[in-house]
Ligand binder design. Sequence first.
Ligand SMILES: Cc1ncc(COP(=O)(O)O)c(C=O)c1O
Length: 399
Amino acid sequence: MTTQEVLDQYGRCVIGNYGRLPVVITRASGSQMWDLDGKRYLDLFPGWGCSLLGHCHPRVVEAIREQAGRIIHVDNTFYTVEQGRLAEIISERSFGGKCFFCNSGAEANEAAIKLARKHAGPGRYKIITMERSFHGRTFGAMSATAQSKTQQGFDPLVPGFVYVPFNNIDAVAKAITNETAAIMLEPIQGEGGVNVPDDNYLASLRELCDEHNLLLIFDEVQTGCGRTGTWFGYQNWGVEPDIMTLAKALGGGAPIGAMVAKPDVAKTLTVGSHASTFGANPLVVAAAIAMFETIEQENLLERVKQISDYIMAKARTLAQQFGFVEQVRGKGLMIGIELSLPGAPIVAAALERGLRVNCTQSTILRLLPAMTITEAEVDEAFDILAVAMQETESKLVSS
Ligand SMILES: Cc1ncc(COP(=O)(O)O)c(C=O)c1O
């Protein structure tokens, strides 16, 4: 099939709810992928953050192959060795919480929202979330997401979400009432623009939660599983949540989500109160275990720190070179380059030259590179990005 034939087939048969780039990907490895015509792309945004180990890490591939040969799906009527092992791995590396497994970030957040409401008891159902947040597309997660573009056309939303500006502790304090059950946020906002909070913000939220008997929920779907150089984003600030949600990188590219709750909170989810048929299916769990083992065996948390410094330095060079680069920010392998002009033409020009980056909030280039990316790949990627920026600037000047 040709690229055009695939695009036409999608036009006829696939719902058009994604803004897709006109490229058909056929295979990938590490930080590189190839399209139907054999063209190679460097990928600085692998799998929207799901492929933190890079595409098709050999250890993950092998774990999936081995597991598929034994058993693919076991429903949650039974126990499996694999699910228990993964829960222990997460629990030991976080805050000793207990896990509920599902298939995506939105589902993990749904579970957190339900647990927070049930735990708080009658009359306390409100959850404070942050402007520019992103928690997913299902009804609860979408209602928690304080961005009107995500909610447009779907009224009425799930009631009980109260939105405040991110990184503003006074706004949170003012929003708390005797109906409040929890505060929910991403430790670093991803889709909202790679917004890193002030150093004392999360600790102040923890204090407010303790004072008012509220649950603190961290959505670590994007920041979790090593992305920021610690196992979980909150560990950068030493502030423990009561509930944390995971997905994206958790499965090394396989679809799995998790909600992790302190044992005292977790016990509210009694038999029959919540479920997911596919949750922690052995196939995806094998991939997730391989993901954690690979990070440990290949010392990749350390690598995040080194390669992050290298990428940040490259990004700052762009800021010196181009007046329209306003700010470079981020933590670990979550990097934002804020522009004073729309980022879409730069994304398109980079893609044309074989580089994939993302743009969020119209003007913020977002990079979520793999832990395994090499310095040589970073060099090549930033050479392409500089050319794409130069070209975009020249077009603006001449128009
Ligand atoms: C912080 C955060 N939470 C939740 C989600 C939703 O995850 P999913 O698309 O797996 O439902 C995302 C997806 O981008 C996210 O970045």
